[in-house]
Unconditional design. Sequence first.
Length: 370
Amino acid sequence: MRILIANDKFKGSLPAEKAGFHIKNSLETAFPAASFDFCPIADGGEGTAQAMTTALSGAWLSCATQDAQGRPVLAPFGWVADSATAVMEMSAASGLAIVQDLELKPFTASTLGTGILIQSALAKGARRILIGIGGSATNDGGLGVALALGYAFKKGGQAFAPTLETLLEADRIERPATLPAFELIVACDVDNPLLGPRGATRVYGPQKGVRDFVWFEQRLAHLADLARRDLGVDPRDVPGAGAAGGLGFGLMAFLGGRLVSGFDMVATQVGLEARVAAADLVVTGEGRLDEQSLQGKGPVGVARLARRLGKKIVGVAGSVDDSAALRAQFDLLIAIKPAAMPLDEAMRRTGELIESAVRAHAAPLRALSP
């Protein structure tokens, strides 16, 4: 019997690969002769790079770069040598979480650190870069990335390195003299354009400290106008251009990035469909399975794929909503948290709770075997 374990992280307690380790340990009790395929998954958010690197048997490297406010930081990224693929998250360099100790300063927040991270992967020989762009601290439209990758901005014929505050002075933008050919795939699960009432500034700016919407919109519009006139590209209205403070726009305009759903990117890159097809039983899960999980979350994506391929599917989660729509996606759902246990204790003991709950369901699990 072959069992595929394709779970997401248990947020706040265990990353996907550690949660999967505990799932495997407990399944060995019910299926001692089974072979296991371990494929951590993610939906493009936090933990995507780590899950994909593990699933692709890659190595975990680090890059000296800077955070959104220019402080030095070491940002991790995955490296899959046999395909020259780098796997990264913009939040590792330009994320909101790593500048939480500072006052929010959106006027100076930059994606330059993300650009340095991309440049580091290219210097290593990357032919393909996979990047998740959730959790940003920035609203610069990818200006920092453009500067890090060698785009030249001119003012009256003279090159200068603009910040958001001086961007309106730029009257021309030129492509880098040399930029390696590579494929850039961007995990993005929002459909906002760059500008307007549903754009980067008005929808996501306030959580980053943006108050003067007009100021930021003027600068993003000017950046888009330069790209249209001087580079011949204008993705400002492409769904997802407004993601991560307009970084979706910047990665398309400056690096030819292709935006895809986070789960679809992960599933394609790790060959998930073939791995589900080869399995007799599929086990997935995350910290919580509820109605929100039906809106593009990784475990439900796995479940729908398993259903389509005629495979039995089990969901393991910290808690499970009693929802008919959710239960219809699974053959068996296992909630690991005892009702009386405080949440903080359960999160400290997640690995132990996974193993005890899955072992307690050995009989119904065996009933699903072919």
